[in-house]
Design a protein around this ligand. Structure first.
Ligand SMILES: [Fe+2]
Length: 502
């Protein structure tokens, strides 16, 4: 049997070990007309705050013996309390997951909610007490700063002695790497207490960690050692932009794309949510997306360029070559469209979902000249081999929507590898019964070539209403997964993850 048929052909034999999904029941839920049943919606219903545990996932195929370590993932997972449902998918409280690959053919899974101050207070009360980024809820507890609203739901950063759960609006939460128990907020220094630490830190091949945070018109930069100690930081006024999600490092620079997004404070004061009060190209504001380029050796050396207005959430990578800066990223629908999409998703309506495309921007730092290329594939969540972060790369991996009619359904149904150098594509389409999440690249031990390793990520199977992890040979995606590890339950869709080798 060819591996490409693996997932479909073997599913029927696996029906019996799978119990009903352990998801919230009895909550108010609008059944969307677009779907004949609830299968696609299970992960979006969310959990009620309970932990998840599976000591031994059901394995199809053969796991590589030298794939040892943990795929940590994080995502919003609690969306309803006392009959009230959040308006935005990304408002949910963070559930950190650990998929552990033991190298002996076994995979275990754990999921635990980050015990943020907000989560603990609302869990005890049994109802929402605080506003979320995308849902206006009148505060019934003091809001002294962003961390009172912190949901720690976006990504993770494994450090030698702890795992960080990240949310772009506030501090990182430290967790135990083994048990996922929450230790508390991270305070890098007295001056930086409570400052945002974004969910997209970049780790260079030598282990150096770079990150940023934005809020109240300021940007914070962080440089950490591979052990997670603060080495340098800076706080400065930034060009206007209401939301900065991701950035890139090169050997010499830190680079940001700042879309023309503003926050309408009148709308916020009138009771609107922060997300719902974002404005695209507000009158009198810049019609451009700004490129902020900062010298890594001297944070005071900052330059700003302008490109035609566009929205970006995620970067794959970037590199500098003399005065030429190349940014590899995903261009997203402009804010109002994307915002409406996020609002629709959480209420179970996926129709007409706009897609995001791969994009390359080449910028001459000497004269500001630029060239932009846009691909056609519908995709998101780009990842590169961690050995090329900040260096010229060749290969980018994405979950993508490649089946016909994908506009009418939620999420991605394939994994895609784009080779930038020769323009080659390699993909595996799971088909319409799967929602494919971000897949991360894991280098093969002992290998040195970019792209030699595995692609490891998660997904959701609509037929069995259960979640799975898949492992591919990253150089042969179209052959299908080497192995699929299935859980006896569904897990809410996560945003981002990182693999920590054992
Ligand atoms: Fe993200």
């Amino acid at each position: 049997m060819k591996r490409r048929h693996f997932l479909g052909a073997s599913a029927a034999a696996l029906a019996s070990p799978f119990a009903a999904p352990a998801l919230a029941a009895g909550t108010a839920w609008q059944r969307p007309a677009a779907y004949g049943d609830h299968a696609a919606l299970q992960p979006l219903r969310g959990l009620q705050g309970q932990d998840l545990a599976c000591d031994s996932a059901s394995i199809e195929g053969r796991l590589p013996n030298d794939l040892r370590g943990t795929l940590y993932r994080n995502g919003p997972a609690l969306f309803e309390r006392a009959g009230r449902r959040y308006d935005r998918w990304f408002d949910g409280d963070g559930l950190v997951q650990a998929w552990r690959f033991d190298g002996g053919g076994r995979v275990s899974h754990r999921g635990r909610f980050v015990q943020t101050a907000k989560f603990q207070a609302e869990q005890a009360a049994g109802e929402f007490l605080l506003p979320a980024f995308g849902t206006a809820i009148a505060a019934r507890r003091p809001v002294r700063g962003p961390d009172d609203l912190n949901v720690a739901n976006t990504s993770v950063l494994p450090l030698p002695d702890r795992l960080l759960a990240l949310w772009e609006g506030g501090s990182a939460y430290a967790l135990d790497r083994d048990t996922l128990a929450t230790r508390g907020l991270v305070r890098w220094s007295d001056e930086l207490a409570g400052m945002p630490f974004s969910a997209h830190p970049k780790v260079e091949p030598d282990g150096t960690v770079w990150n940023f945070g934005t809020g109240m018109g300021k940007m914070v930069l962080y440089q950490l050692s591979s052990a997670g100690e603060l080495k340098r930081h800076a706080v400065f006024d930034m060009p206007p932009c209401a939301m900065v999600h991701d950035f890139v490092v090169t050997q010499r620079y830190l680079a940001f794309l700042l879309p023309p997004l503003t926050l309408d404070m009148d709308a916020v004061r009138a009771g609107g949510s922060f997300a719902g009060s974002m404005r695209w190209q507000a009158p009198g504001q810049s019609q451009a997306t700004r490129v902020l380029v900062i010298d890594k050796a001297d944070f005071e050396r900052r330059r700003v360029f302008e490109t035609p207005a566009e929205m970006v959430f995620h970067f794959a990578n970037a590199w500098d070559d003399g005065d030429l800066l190349t940014l590899d990223y995903v261009r997203s629908p402009e804010a109002p469209v994307g915002e409406q999409r996020l609002r629709s998703i959480v209420h179970g309506d996926f129709r007409g979902s706009p897609s995001s495309q791969p994009a390359l921007l080449r910028l001459n730092l000497r004269n500001g000249q630029q060239r932009s290329d846009l691909g056609r594939d519908a995709l998101e969540f780009p990842r590169v081999d961690p050995r090329v972060v900040g260096r010229r790369h060749r290969v980018v991996f994405y979950p993508a929507a490649l089946s016909p009619g994908h506009e009418q359904r939620f999420g991605h149904d394939a994994v895609l590898r784009l080779d930038r150098e020769i323009g080659q594509r390699d993909a595996f389409i799971f088909g319409p019964d799967a929602v494919v999440e971000e897949h991360v690249f894991v280098p093969k031990p002992g290998s040195t070539r970019e792209g030699e390793g595995w692609l490891v990520g998660a997904g959701y199977d609509l037929r069995w209403r259960t979640s799975f992890a898949s492992v591919f040979d990253a150089e042969h995606l179209s052959d299908g997964p080497l192995a699929v590890a299935r859980l006896p339950y569904a897990v809410p869709h996560a945003f981002h993850g990182q693999f920590a080798a054992a």
